[in-house]
Design a binder for this molecule. Structure first.
Ligand SMILES: Cc1cc2nc3c(=O)[nH]c(=O)nc-3n(C[C@H](O)[C@H](O)[C@H](O)COP(=O)(O)OP(=O)(O)OC[C@H]3O[C@@H](n4cnc5c(N)ncnc54)[C@H](O)[C@@H]3O)c2cc1C
Length: 398
């Protein structure tokens, strides 16, 4: 490990890997540190991603694609199911990845492009001078070292501490931190090309439960519920166990994970002098779905591009790095995060009866020309009793 790099990336998830790869491709000396002993494990993810989002960064490869998804089924609290087929869902259809291999492949590519990579290396503190970030102290296989860098990219995920150490407020309100549990279940009957989402306040309060196929008879079966509904920290797992006992009583659990997902608005500012924050560390997962792989890669790439320009101009001040913050905020990512945040706020207030009504109505529609806007218009026409909620929804999606 050198004592000095142009760019230091903290975290070897998709955000950090793409940042390091992009920087190295642009000719920066880049170093990525990951605290875990291996990239990609344990997997804390349901592994779903849209096809288009993925292809922007890497050619799909069977080695790390577990399943191809052709549609989604949405199940109401009363069991009514609505199917969104491939031709209606557009870019929403995608893949279920094998992140153990996928994350590793991204980091491999970063290394291949010339970045230095160190696992079992934890950033323990920023090097600060008058509030300006100059690098980080890292614990490298138990030994503490100082690594100087013109710019540090904090890509340390949902559990991110680095940005907070540098003075940014990264707090996630309890109600906006989803408490998640997931099993890889095998020997179960599933449709291997259909992602299924279950809604309802009894099933998954202020969240949802998912079944994402990983092959013929195997799936990621998981749940996310609002932190404020998860009084004892075990509630997500209890609800998941109850669901599995009902639906997949013979399923065999071969993996079990728990984790958190933020569904709040992004950090108010994602840069400081010498620092940029990307992906989950910047609270950029989608508030509606909890999905954050694509946004982590998009912001990882943008951060490295902006850092390259700023380092070249010898100005890595907060003002100069703001190009990154303003860039993602004004892009499709920023707009869709804001829109989906507002939609989520409407949805979590619906009781089961209203959820049933909406999904029943939607399941009866001919959704050939599917768009969220046409769907909402139809729902308004057919559910005058829910005018208030649907009108606020319309004002968000129009
Ligand atoms: C149960 C669950 C299901 C999910 N399902 C989906 C899904 O289906 N689709 C989707 O798109 N997203 C999903 N997500 C979210 C997705 O996993 C994240 O959005 C994505 O991994 C974010 O990438 P990232 O690079 O920002 O952070 P991460 O992938 O979390 O990577 C951060 C890395 O930083 C490392 N790190 C942390 N601190 C330090 C430190 N001090 N020093 C060095 N390294 C450090 C961590 O070990 C980690 O490897 C899910 C999340 C959960 C919990």
């Amino acid at each position: 490990m050198k004592q000095r790099y142009d760019l230091l990336v903290i975290g070897g998830g998709p955000g950090g890997a793409i940042a390091a790869r992009t920087a190295a491709e642009k000719g920066l000396s880049a170093c990525l540190v990951e605290k875990r002993p291996a990239i990609g494990v344990p997997v804390r993810c349901a592994e779903g991603i849209g096809k288009e989002a993925l292809k922007e960064f890497i050619e799909p490869d069977d080695r790390w694609i577990s399943a191809e998804i052709q549609g989604a089924r949405i199940v109401a609290p009363d069991g009514t199911a609505m199917t969104v087929e491939q031709q209606m869902a557009g870019s929403k259809v995608g893949y279920i990845l094998d992140r153990k291999i996928f994350d590793r492949e991204l980091v491999w590519q970063a290394a291949g492009a010339g970045a230095d990579v160190f696992v079992k290396t934890r950033a323990v503190a920023p090097i600060l001078d008058n509030g300006r970030v100059w690098g980080a102290s890292v614990s490298f296989c138990g030994e503490e070292r100082k690594v100087a860098a013109d710019v540090v990219i904090a890509a340390d995920g949902i559990e991110s501490k680095f940005a907070r150490w540098c003075g940014l407020d990264t707090t996630v309100p309890m109600r906006e931190l989803m408490s998640c549990a997931q099993y890889v279940l095998t020997d179960i009957d599933i449709d291997r090309h259909m992602a299924v989402f279950y809604f309802g306040n009894r099933i998954a309060p202020e969240g949802y439960l998912w079944v994402f196929p990983k092959g013929e008879r195997t799936a990621n079966v998981g749940i996310g519920i609002s932190g404020r509904k998860s009084r004892d920290g075990h509630r997500a797992r209890q609800l998941l166990d109850r669901f599995i006992a009902d639906l997949f009583p013979r399923g065999k659990m071969i993996e079990c994970i728990v984790g958190g997902v933020s569904v709040c608005r992004p950090l108010p500012c994602t840069v400081a002098d010498g620092l940029m924050v990307v992906g989950d560390a910047a609270r950029l997962s989608d508030p509606m779905t909890g999905g954050g792989i694509a946004n982590a890669m998009i912001t990882g790439r943008l951060a490295a591009e902006v850092a390259t320009g700023c380092i070249g101009r010898n100005d890595v001040s907060r003002n100069a790095l703001m190009e990154y913050d303003l860039g993602w905020r004004s892009s499709k990512v920023g707009k869709s995060l804001e829109k989906n945040y507002r939609i989520k706020e409407i949805f979590i207030k619906l009781d089961d009866e209203k959820l049933n009504t909406l999904i029943q109505t939607a399941s009866r529609l001919d959704l050939k020309d599917f768009s969220v806007l046409t769907l909402v218009k139809e729902l308004i026409k057919r559910n005058p009793k829910m005018l208030l909620e649907l009108k606020s929804l319309y004002s968000v999606v129009k």
